[in-house]
Write a protein that binds this ligand. Structure first.
Ligand code: HEM
Length: 400
């Protein structure tokens, strides 16, 4: 474990005592906690927590740092640094351009808007079936019974794997993102790899129309992907596209429960759902990643040293009043929501169309069946920070 030393000559107001995964008041409101830190601090600050690192607190900086791979590398994107170094080598997340481009082009093709449009009837059917399963109960714990199921089942469709394997893959993904007592991250990854490798090999020999086949079944720009590369990439899509959607759906439904006006407008005109989703992503950015500084430089009034890590909480972009007027209000009519919820630059999320679609369809299918609902466990709601912020349990109630 390398603890970075506090920079020499650091101005007093640049030093904050902030654990980015547990800011004061985060349990009651993840986004509000970040907003308070943003309001109280200079644009970029240093904390000794989590082995010592900078935190970018304004939209302009977060967007610039994420996009500028020449000055800020993705070799380490997770804090603390010791954990980030363990994750180094993931394709394509921790690879910088130009090597990154070849993998990304293939991912982009396989997660394009057209590709997502083809998946939408299946997403809608699944969303409807899940809600129909509990609509008569008048109450549901939304995270376990809806949001944790939808993205894994869609992933199974994407790569053409049997739906019956979904619970085990979901469990292994959980163990990889939240390693606990039952399995270490490495054990979970090994079991997942043992499951996926024969699948990848079969698709190389006998490609179908699914995402893995399309990546491994034919050469791309003169070179074929190896089974190992395809495996690592598939794993990354699974891990990146699971928890993010599960968690964001929680924040979106928490908001919708308290926003009668939005519910009313979406019921009157379900085609407004994509606009509502764009605004919700602006307001509820939930991913916090980092970049590692490539060389010493002066940057927005501070001296960055080669090897320093800079945390980029995507939430601070959307809630920055320099970027969005009245940023804490959710306004479905906002002309151009500006945010970094899906990152920026070369690593900008290739799954964002799929994510937007999963959330928009959820809003539509939910409101079609459950026009009015409240949060039943409001006083016990616990939000948690992390690479991916989330709500532990969200119990929604309606007249069944
Ligand atoms: C709520 C939903 C989602 C959010 C908020 C989100 C957010 C992000 C962010 C912020 C990044 C950039 C990471 C960086 O710059 O280091 C990213 C990258 C990525 N996301 Fe998403 N994501 C979501 C859903 C998805 C889905 C559904 C998929 C796939 C099916 C996916 C696949 C990926 C992959 C593979 C990367 C790595 C891209 C690269 O390194 O080039 N994401 N995501």
């Amino acid at each position: 474990m390398t603890v970075l030393e506090r920079p020499d000559g650091l101005a007093a107001d640049r030093l904050v005592d902030a654990d980015i995964y547990a800011l004061p008041g985060m349990e009651q409101g993840f986004h509000d906690a970040w907003k308070r830190l943003q309001d109280a601090s200079p644009d970029i600050v240093w904390t000794d927590r989590n082995e010592g690192h900078w935190i970018a607190l304004r939209g302009e900086l977060v967007a610039e740092i994420l996009a500028d791979h020449e000055r800020f590398s993705s070799r380490v994107i997770i804090l603390p640094r010791s954990a980030g170094e363990e994750h180094s080598g993931l394709i394509p997340t921790t690879i910088d351009p130009p090597e990154h481009r070849w993998y990304r082009k293939q991912l982009n093709e396989n997660l394009s808007l057209k590709f997502v449009r083809d998946l939408e009837p299946g997403i809608r059917k699944l969303a409807g079936e899940l809600i129909d399963g509990f609509v008569d109960d008048g109450e549901v714990e939304f995270i376990e019974h809806y949001s944790a199921i939808l993205p894994i089942r869609i992933f199974m469709d994407l790569v053409d794997l049997p739906a019956g394997d979904a619970p085990r893959l979901k469990y292994l993904t959980d163990m990889m993102t939240n390693p606990g007592s039952e399995m270490t991250m490495a054990e979970a990854r090994d079991e997942m790899a043992a499951y996926l490798l024969p699948v990848v090999t079969r698709r190389m020999e006998n490609p179908g129309e699914d995402m893995i086949s399309r990546m491994v079944g034919r050469p791309f720009e003169g070179r074929s992907m190896t089974a190992e590369e395809a495996l690592v990439l598939t794993l990354q899509v699974l891990v990146a596209g699971m928890d993010t959607v599960v968690n964001f759906l929680g924040f979106a439904m928490l908001h919708l429960a308290g926003d009668e006006e939005m519910r009313r407008r979406l019921i009157a005109d379900p085609d407004l759902a994509p606009r509502a989703v764009a605004e919700l992503f602006r307001r509820y950015g939930s991913v916090t990643i980092a970049r590692i500084v490539r060389q010493d430089m002066e940057y927005h009034g501070i001296h960055l040293r080669a090897g320093d890590l800079v945390a980029c909480p995507t939430v601070v972009h959307g809630v920055d009043e320099r970027e969005n007027e009245d940023p804490m209000s959710v306004d479905i009519d906002r002309a151009r929501p500006r945010h970094s919820a899906f990152g920026q630059g070369p690593h900008r999320c290739p799954g964002q169309e799929l994510a937007r679609s999963e959330v928009a369809i959820t809003l539509q299918e939910w409101l079609r069946r459950i026009p009015d609902f409240t949060v039943a466990n409001a006083s016990e709601l616990r939000q948690a920070g992390g690479i991916n912020a989330h709500i532990d349990r969200l119990v929604l109630r309606w007249d069944g």
